[in-house]
Design a protein around this ligand. Structure first.
Ligand SMILES: [Zn+2]
Ligand SMILES: [Zn+2]
Length: 273
């Protein structure tokens, strides 16, 4: 089964405005059997202190029904060529999971696939993105926590909370999004201790197994000059195979050209686990 389990659409304002059809047609051309639409849902008002940035991060609340309608329309229209799953990349909103639950209620149980990701941590002046720019990371996270090591620990603490929360949601297939996203700017910031990361990931394994969540094998990091690696290490995939923890390739495409990006790496990697 060739499945891209993590993609975005024109409802994401930090991506391309190409229509969904272009993404799905790219996926068909590349031989994908299944394709998850996993757009960022709306965020609560004032979620981060930077108002203009907020508008780039997620659609407005009023757009959620339009996204769902467009996604189900695509699903129907391409049904004989590819299986499209209508999903979301839901944020773990620390302290505001009530907001996410309300959003999920608005989808009336129609979602077919769900990713839960950590993109935000408490930081200077409120919640801050971990994946915006190296400068933003430095000024609003490292300066706030005092060291990279402290940011990394706070991040994996939140990933654990996200996992626990996601496990409680009544949806059929669920995966944790890009669990090593904290490494996105690793080549532009004070070094990250690989041992610390591996230790935190090893602690996650039994939690993953217990919660029955899967992993998003997110290859977007391979395309980022300051990262140059997938957001899941190979050793963790080997452990997942051993422990029967499911994982799904995700290119995290924000434009049609990236639909198959990283698939060769994924295929090669899982063949040699
Ligand atoms: Zn994400
Ligand atoms: Zn994404």
């Amino acid at each position: 089964m060739k499945w891209n389990g993590h993609t975005h659409t024109s409802f994401c304002y930090h991506g391309s405005n190409a229509p969904m059809e272009e993404y799905v047609e790219a996926a068909i051309k590349l031989g994908f059997d299944r394709y998850t639409l996993s757009e960022h849902p709306p965020l609560p008002k004032g979620w981060i202190p930077d108002e203009p940035l907020m508008r780039e991060l997620a659609m407005e609340e009023r757009e959620l029904p339009d996204y769902l309608a467009a996604a189900f329309d695509i699903k129907k229209r391409y049904a004989d060529r590819i299986e499209v799953l209508v999903g979301l990349e839901l944020d773990y909103l620390d302290g505001r999971t009530d907001y996410s639950l309300q959003l999920l209620e608005k989808t009336e149980g129609r979602l077919e696939d769900l990713l839960v990701s950590v993109h935000y941590l408490p930081g200077k002046g409120g919640m801050r993105c971990i994946d915006y720019t190296p400068q933003d990371f430095q000024e609003n996270l490292i300066a706030y926590y005092g060291s990279m090591a402290a940011v990394v620990d706070a991040y994996y603490d939140h990933v654990e909370l996200a996992l626990e929360w996601a496990a409680s949601l009544p949806y059929p297939t669920k995966r944790l999004g890009h669990i090593n996203l904290i490494r996105k700017f690793q080549k532009a910031l004070p070094p990250i201790d690989g041992e610390q990361v591996n230790e935190r990931l090893a602690r996650l394994l039994p939690l993953l197994k217990k919660s029955k969540l899967g992993l998003d094998v997110n290859t977007a990091g391979l395309r980022v000059a300051t990262c140059q690696e997938a957001y899941v290490p190979e050793w963790l995939l080997r452990e997942c195979t051993r422990e029967s923890i499911p994982f799904v390739f995700g290119s995290d495409a924000h434009k049609p050209e990236d639909v198959g990006s990283g698939w060769d790496w994924f295929e090669h990697t899982i063949k040699h686990l």
